[in-house]
Structure formats: C-alpha cells, structure tokens
Design a protein around this ligand. Structure first.
Ligand SMILES: [Zn+2]
Length: 230
C-alpha cells in the first residue's frame, strides 16, 4: 500500500492518494488530496531519504505539508511509505486571556508539548501550570481546584484507574521525577480535565464578571439619559 511517484506521470497509490487527518487550519477531520508533488526525475537524481508533499484540505482548501520516508528508488519511480509526519499539527485552543499571566505562559507551553505528541513533557508542564494556578487562587485554591476536578471526573464518568495518573500529575506533591509516565489516552484525559479546571476557576468567573460589568454600565447610562431628559 505504498505511494508511488512515477516519472512523467506523477503520484499513484492504491488508496486513491487520499489521506485523512485533522486539518491544522480548520480543525476538521478531513480528506486531503495531493496538490504539490515533487518531480520524480529530480528525486531519482538526488535520492533524498525523505520527501515532502503538499496536500489540500477538502474542508477548507488550506495547504497541509506532509513528509514521507522513501521506501525505495526504482528505475522510473519512487516508492514512499504510507506513514507520514505532519509538519504542522493542529493547535489546542483556550481562552488564555482569562488566566493569570504566569499560568498562561506555562499552560501555552503545555499545549504546545501536547500538539507535538510530547505527552510527558506535557504532563510536567501541566504540573507547573497547576501549581501556578493554585498560588494565584490564594489560600484554599488547591482544594477548590481539586473539588472542581472531582466534579469533572463524576460528570465525565471517568473510572478511578484511568483517573489516578491525572490526579497524581495535578495534585501530587512529589518531585517531577515521580510523575507517572502518560500515554496518549491518559494525556488526552489530563488535557480535557485541566482545561475544565481552568475554565471553572478562572474563565467562568472572568466572563461572568465582565458580562455583569457591561450590563451595569448600560443600566447606568440609561439612568443618566433618563435623568437628563427629565
Ligand atoms: Zn482544513
């Protein structure tokens, strides 16, 4: 099931050249069609170990760069492995502006580790972001955050076994060396739980106070107007 680039004929593959992945631009899991394929004769001349192709997202038409390893060079064609490396990964989004500055810096780096599949670097940065958030919340902050996370576990129905590493990363008191090793699935749970914890502790309060402030402002303005016209 290799992808083949033939001299004078371009790309050929048994699976209709398509790949499916989450688009780094629109975030949709979409089919990608090859848009820009390197010239076979120059590949056959230089014989690079890796080859870059540009695909086009079916959902938003954005160009998506993928890198393939070369399986073999033949006389008139280049065969590539089907596995590829995504040069741009989808970014995780969050309403960062509501977080305390220090927490924001650490959480941005945590999400960048996650987007690049570095799940244990991600876990370490989650610990740091969490500690920074607890201190920003002040006395009792850690306990409050812990309660939010317990509620999240309950709402999402996450089993205790699956949840233990997440709790240990966020609320453990040991050193970084004692952090559990996380796989992709556990890192995914940690990501959603920490986003929810930050939402409950900072974003919700920030949005609500801002919205109420705006409402009060318009009420005061309206009162001033009616006082003037009276
Ligand atoms: Zn797209």
């Amino acid at each position: 099931m290799a992808i083949v680039i033939e001299k004078d004929q371009g790309i050929k593959s048994e699976l209709e050249d398509q790949v499916g992945l989450e688009c780094p631009y629109c975030g949709v899991f979409a089919h990608m069609q090859p848009q820009s394929v390197p010239d076979a004769s120059s590949l056959l001349r230089d014989k690079p170990k890796h080859v870059g192709l540009v695909y086009k997202c079916d959902a938003c038409n954005a160009p998506v760069f993928l890198r393939f390893a070369v399986r073999q060079y033949e006389e008139n064609k280049v065969e590539l492995y089907r596995n590829f490396v995504e040069l741009e990964r989808p970014k995780e989004r969050f309403a960062f502006s509501y977080l305390p500055k220090h927490t924001e810096v650490l959480f941005r780096e945590a999400l960048s580790c996650y987007s690049n599949n570095n799940f244990n670097a991600f876990a370490s940065m989650c610990r740091r972001a969490g500690v920074s958030a607890f201190s920003a919340l002040g006395e009792g902050g850690k306990l409050r955050a812990f309660e939010e996370v317990m509620v999240a576990q309950d709402i999402a129905g996450i089993e205790d076994d699956a949840f233990a590493p997440v709790k240990k990363v966020l609320f453990g008191t040991g050193t970084h060396e004692e952090l559990p090793l996380l796989n992709r699935a556990q890192a995914g749970i940690l990501l959603e739980v920490l986003k929810d914890m930050f939402y409950q502790c900072f974003v919700r309060r920030g949005k609500l106070t801002r919205a109420i402030k705006v409402r009060r402002f318009f009420v005061t303005e309206a009162n001033n107007d009616s006082a003037q016209s009276a």
